[in-house]
Design a protein around this ligand. Structure first.
Ligand code: NG1
Length: 471
């Protein structure tokens, strides 16, 4: 277990009132007594966009914005959850391997997914809990802002359930010198009867990513890996290609001292994004299928990463209709929004992925060398690539990216997340944060008539138990 000081650093004092209020609220709902406080962070991806589903590289950061889960174990398998926010009504279910789901949109489905996947993994019903979820502003993970608030909820529930079903549980920050994999839990089972199940951080992260399939999202592994394995003042380099044993390569990379990560939400959330997203996935898959004629056996663009781009480009058409691919026996029919008359810009999409993977590697090197200027240039180049080659930007995002760079002390700015609106991420020198916010807010309002939301974040640790005290 780590302390609020370990988790929030300089911001720990500000959290005291939040934690006290949460404990009081828990006591009012479930009665006085011992209460365990778990947390799971939101995340932002520093660089490595649209690379995860191509088995490429990503570099996310866990944020100091988090979802709290105050909990007390139960003697039975029931999970009872309340939420401090009145929009989210109480939820009760039994934590077994086949939990009936509530209608889509029910917030409790994230908890059901986490409980079901853990129960399946352990092959038994779980010991349940009474819990209170606290994710409200200003310290919670903002919802719908691209910071993965849903993954934070999934991970918080999984960590709490793991605590009582694995053993003494996950600690919020095992950030000790020489510890290469923070938050690993290798604990004995407290319940003494059966052989002790163990659960390391990577397995927990994988289970959480599969848990979210319960709500119908077939996303990648990035969000859950960083929510579980995040480390204070570090980004996590993640190689999204599992090895033969299904394990992933991770590496902690220190962030530059003296800089803040600013996430700016454009407030624009385009509809029909999933069709456009799937067309990008389709273009990459088409690229792989076409490259296979020359490079036998490749399954993802990542497999061609070591081939010079000019050689790959020669094999890839600038654009091709899905019907023409079908005629060559290349099937893409499982992707909603991709039809025979859809035209795929194969070469440019693949070029983005190929160059972005290189930029992630170079960003890691720049961070290791303490070269913030080089890192900033890579962020800017990554943005140009998602704008021009992947074509997922929009005028509002362009306004934020451009006006952000006008401020002295800004290393770089780029779109983060899938695109078509959403957020940008900026690396801003500490002393430049107020000017950045004022300048970008003013220009954004003047140019688009919209208000941007700003989240100044620090890189925090991954999920875990923060305190045990009395409600
Ligand atoms: P966002 O837009 O941050 O939810 C989506 C995908 C990621 C990744 C990025 C683009 C889901 C749940 N998330 O992220 O896996 O592909 O787009 O880099 O599908």
């Amino acid at each position: 277990m780590s302390t609020p000081q370990d988790v929030y650093g300089d911001g720990a004092a500000e959290q005291t009132a939040r934690y006290d209020a949460a404990r009081r609220a828990f006591g009012e709902i479930y009665g006085r007594g011992k209460v365990y406080c778990f947390r799971a962070p939101g995340r932002v991806n520093l660089i490595g966009e649209h690379t995860d589903y191509n088995h490429g590289f990503v570099l996310p950061v866990a944020l100091d914005k988090d979802t709290l889960l105050l909990a007390r174990p139960r003697a039975d398998a029931l999970v009872r959850l309340c939420n401090v926010e009145p929009d989210y009504p109480p939820v009760t279910f039994a934590a077994g391997p086949a939990i009936p789901s509530a209608p889509p949109g029910d917030w409790g489905n994230y908890a059901r997914g986490a409980a079901q996947r853990l129960a399946q993994h352990f092959g038994r019903e779980l010991r349940g809990l009474d819990g209170l979820v606290v994710g409200s502003p200003p310290y919670g993970v903002p919802r719908g802002a691209g910071l993965s608030s849903s993954s934070a909820l999934t991970v918080a529930v999984a960590v709490a359930l793991a605590h009582w079903n694995v053993g003494a549980g996950l600690s919020a920050s095992a950030d000790k010198p020489g510890d290469t994999d923070a938050n690993h839990a290798r604990m004995a089972d407290l319940s003494d009867a059966k052989p002790a199940p163990t659960l390391d951080g990577m397995t927990l992260a994988q289970l959480c990513s599969e848990a979210e399939w319960y709500v119908g999202t077939r996303g990648g592994v990035m969000d859950h890996f960083i929510a579980v394995l995040g480390r204070r003042d570090h980004a996590l380099f993640l190689d999204c290609r599992p090895d033969a044993a299904g394990r992933y390569r991770t590496e902690y990379v220190p962030l530059p001292a003296g800089y803040r990560i600013l996430v700016v939400d454009s407030g624009v959330h385009h509809r029909n994004v999933s069709g456009a997203y799937n067309q990008r996935v389709a273009a990459c898959r088409a690229g792989v299928a076409l490259l296979r004629a020359r490079y036998a056996g490749i399954t993802h663009l990542r497999d061609a990463q070591d081939v010079p781009w000019a050689e790959l480009a020669a094999e890839l058409p600038e654009e091709i209709a899905v019907a023409a691919l079908l005629a060559r026996g290349i099937e893409l029919g499982d992707l909603p929004g991709v039809n025979p008359d859809t035209v795929l810009q194969v070469r440019a999409r693949c070029r983005h992925v190929w160059t972005e993977n290189r930029r992630v590697i170079e960003a890691v090197a720049a961070l290791r060398a303490g070269d913030t200027a080089a890192l900033g240039r890579l962020l800017d180049a990554a943005h140009a690539s998602v704008r021009d080659d992947y074509e997922v930007s929009c005028p509002e995002i362009e306004c934020l990216v451009r006006t952000g760079r006008e401020v002295d002390g800004v290393a770089g700015t780029r779109l983060t997340g899938a695109g078509w609106g959403g957020c940008i991420v900026a690396l801003v020198r500490n002393d430049a944060v107020p000017t950045f916010e004022a300048h970008v807010a003013g220009r954004y309002r003047a140019e688009t008539g919209r208000n941007a939301s700003f989240f100044a974040c620090r890189a925090g640790p991954g999920a875990g138990l923060v305190s045990v005290s009395r409600a």
